[in-house]
Design a protein around this ligand. Structure first.
Ligand SMILES: *Cc1c(COP(=O)(O)O)cnc(C)c1O
Length: 418
């Protein structure tokens, strides 16, 4: 991309990043991040930041968090050797199985961590927003687990695409608030949740679902999701006999990707590749390829790379997967791209559908449509890198995508009938 950093500056930022020094005290990842919020939210963010500083490193908090991850989420999640995919692609493919985590995706790691934090901060209720519905389900479940009422904002477009998740949230005791404003997807839902927070900043905890938004959320979410990469790194050493040559993860807001990548940043020999939604094409509004095609700007309280037109108007986005359908991306990814540590590529709707089909047929895993983008890019990469060892972040399961998948009959991979 547009090189906005001098080489020496990029090298220094990479070193700081590996040492765990980012974000800095201003909440910045190099030039990205920070906090761009209305005056009315400043006290709420300052309280949150103080709470994160106090509780996140606290031994009691960590013990409670680790216990919930083990006993309730079902961690560590498996690392699976994908024998038939490996044979098909000519590479050695390993899957980090976040689909096996409670509620079916990585989002639960963050949700239970923040729900525990909300309890410690004395919150009386939790609000959340959701795109794919997975974060809403995870939040509803986590709030039930810790005993806090939960209200989830969701765009009406997403409510339609993810109808089964709306029912799951309600069943788990959450109130689902439909959002008719703006793009009626995740972006509008975040705006509404922020508005709700302004109206009751003292007793409400806002449980943000990805590594986006104003400081300290990108930091908080990364810390809670890093368990993915920490486990995967150790499991690769134990099971695969060494680290991977490359790791792939899909990128919406960027939480599963940063969770997988962050603990691998210091392993310079591992290539890291984030995969965004290429949608139906490269035109404005046809995709959600934020890092691949976006420009620097402020979206929802954070300076990052965003999809906007020449006048700074945020673009509508499209992806077949609701969880990737977002015009922004976490600021740490913007930095990792700018300093060249992580490459960001795209996979389009059709490639994702084909990849999903292949993973189903060859591995018996109905992966999420979001995750399918990572597989599509990994397959492409395999063509030029035979024999290499690949780690894929299998961020979630695809049961929630059945309404969408039903419109796309199985085409390529048919099992031989008896
Ligand atoms: C929400 C979701 C994503 C995208 O969110 P990130 O914050 O980018 O991880 C990816 N995969 C699945 C299964 C999801 O539910």
């Amino acid at each position: 991309m547009k090189s906005i950093l001098a080489a020496s500056e990029a090298a220094a930022l990479l070193a700081s990043s590996i040492k765990g020094e980012l974000p800095d005290e201003r909440g910045r990842f190099g030039p990205f991040g920070g906090r761009y919020i209305p005056e009315t939210l400043v006290p709420a963010f300052e309280r949150l930041e103080a709470g994160v500083k106090r509780y996140l490193p606290d031994a009691d908090f960590q013990q409670a968090f680790r216990r919930e991850l083990r006993q309730w989420v079902g961690r560590p999640t498996a690392l699976t050797f994908a024998a038939r995919l490996s044979e098909s692609w000519g590479t050695e493919v390993w899957l980090k199985r976040e689909d096996l985590a409670h509620t079916g995706a990585h989002k639960i790691n963050n949700a239970i961590g923040q729900a525990l934090l909300a309890k410690r901060l004395g919150a009386k209720r939790v609000i959340a927003e959701t795109g794919a519905g997975q974060h809403g389900v995870a939040s509803a479940a986590a709030c039930a687990r810790v005993g806090l009422p939960c209200r989830v904002f969701m765009g009406t477009v997403d409510m339609e695409r993810q109808a089964p998740n709306v029912d799951r949230m309600r069943r788990l005791g959450a109130e689902v608030v439909s959002v008719e404003t703006g793009d009626r997807t995740l972006r509008a839902a975040i705006d509404e949740a922020m508005r709700a927070w302004v109206s009751d900043p003292n007793d409400t905890y806002y449980l943000l679902g990805s590594a986006v938004g104003p400081h300290p959320y990108p930091y908080l979410v990364r810390e809670l999701q890093s368990v993915i990469g920490e486990e995967a790194r150790q499991q690769m050493l134990d099971q695969a006999g060494g680290l991977p040559d490359v790791a792939f993860a899909c990128v919406g807001g960027g939480s599963n990707a940063i969770g997988l990548f962050y603990p691998l940043l210091g392993d310079a020999e591992i290539e890291l590749i984030g995969v965004e939604a290429g949608g139906t094409g490269s035109g404005l509004g046809q995709n959600a390829a934020t890092l691949a095609t976006g420009t620097p700007g402020v979206l929802q309280g954070c300076y990052s790379i965003i999809l906007q037109d020449d006048d700074g108007q945020v673009q509508e986005t499209h992806s077949i997967s609701a969880g990737l359908d977002y015009a922004g991306v976490g600021p740490e990814h913007a930095l990792l791209q700018a300093i060249g540590r992580v490459a960001y590529v795209t996979a389009d709707d059709e490639e994702a559908l084909a990849a999903l089909e292949e993973v189903c047929a060859l591995e018996g895993i109905l992966t999420a449509l979001e995750t399918a983008h990572a597989y599509a890019a990994a397959k492409r990469w395999s063509k030029d890198n035979p024999g290499k060892r690949i780690l894929i972040g299998n961020s979630g399961r695809g049961d929630k995508d059945m309404p969408t998948l039903s419109q796309h009959p199985v085409r390529i991979f048919r099992h031989a009938s008896a």
